[in-house]
Ligand binder design. Structure first.
Ligand code: ADP
Ligand code: MN
Length: 325
């Protein structure tokens, strides 16, 4: 279910939550977000944060790793200096419990877009700064403020997601980005078993664009530096469910239904979470492992540049899809 990042994000058994081992900065960011008024406009565009889980372990400060990750050792049993294992090497004591954004979708098409032109934090060691400067230069990051980290798109025939790994986004040039966006928002046709019919994709693209424009305004008013953070874009690939979602959005816009109210039967509300009527897409900011609030320093221009790139890519795709209607 994850399309980018490390292999450490886990889902709870019912699929509704994710557990993400988190560095202290990410934990702090979610705490600030919940408590500080300045974040009010951004809050709707972050996954719901339910708190933290604590692992039984302790950061092993004697073991430094090349990528700046952290080694956790067990504390409360006999083998006390044995690291938990390779997959937990970068885990820390606190894991964040977050809303699983893809859970309400039948067939979630998911894109992770890494934002920003600066890919190293202020505490990065010199060799990491060098490495990240090079990565930004050699990928789309420096010039456009984004990199396509990875995405999945459902195949309508097999009903299985088709994954595009991060090597694709890392290898392309800025002039290839429109093609990348086309691959994530394909129009189903005789030749392709991927994507939605143009008439369903068109409104969804517009809704996504509107939300991203709102995210831009919220970020423009915040003083922060985001490193390695992403826009996570998800939309429904199931035709019937997408159509139902579009109708739901229209009904809400027309005042026919109240989005706060569950229009299903009152009984079994919890169990029916997945069937709850809702928009056929979601856009959120994720991954704040290296995001710092910086009062007085203004917004992160590289991140805003990236959002502007995404907006103009969407404008381009909206025009193309409109011509297929
Ligand atoms: P990292 O890149 O540090 O491993 P991320 O927070 O970017 O961690 O998460 C990795 C991947 O997990 C994302 O690309 C996304 O596919 C998935 N993911 C992260 N947070 C959520 C969430 N709240 N809901 C659904 N999927 C998520
Ligand atoms: Mn990430």
């Amino acid at each position: 279910m994850s399309v980018g990042g490390h292999a450490g994000v886990q889902t709870t058994e019912d699929g509704s939550l994710i557990i993400k081992p988190a560095l202290p900065l990410e934990h702090k960011f979610y705490q600030d977000l919940s408590t500080q008024d300045g974040f009010k406009d951004l809050r709707p565009y972050l996954p719901k944060f339910f708190g933290t889980l604590k692992l039984e372990g302790q950061v092993d400060e004697s073991k430094s790793t090349a990528d700046g990750s952290i080694v956790v050792k067990k504390t409360k049993d006999a083998q006390k200096d044995e690291p938990i294992g390779i997959e937990a090497r970068w885990a820390v004591l606190q894991s964040l419990v977050l809303e699983n954004l893809s859970h309400p979708f039948l067939k979630p098409n998911i894109l992770d877009v890494k934002l920003g032109t600066v890919l190293y934090g202020e505490d990065a060691p010199p060799e990491k700064v060098e490495r990240m400067l090079k990565t930004a230069r050699e990928t789309t990051s420096l010039e456009t403020g984004i990199r396509l980290t990875g995405f999945q798109v459902y195949d309508n025939i097999t009903s299985q997601p088709v994954n595009t790994p991060k090597s694709y986004g890392k290898s392309i040039k800025p002039s290839d980005l429109p093609e990348g966006i086309r691959r994530f928002f394909p129009v189903s046709s005789g030749e392709s078993s991927l994507g939605l019919p143009a008439k369903l994709l068109f409104p969804i693209l517009q809704y996504i664009r509107e939300d991203i424009a709102e995210i831009r305004s919220a970020l423009a008013g915040l003083h922060f530096r985001m490193v390695g953070g992403s826009l996570l874009i998800i939309y429904e690939a199931d035709f019937a469910k997408a159509e139902e979602g579009i109708q739901w959005v229209k009904d809400v816009e027309d005042g026919k239904i109240d989005p706060e109210e569950d229009d299903d039967d009152d009984e079994d509300v919890k169990e029916e979470e997945v069937d709850k009527k809702r928009p056929p897409y979601v856009v959120k900011l994720i991954d704040f492992a290296h995001t710092r609030v910086k009062p007085g320093e203004g917004p992160d221009e590289g991140v805003l540049k990236g959002i502007d790139t995404v907006l103009s890519l969407l404008d381009g795709r909206i025009k193309e899809v409109e011509s297929m209607l």
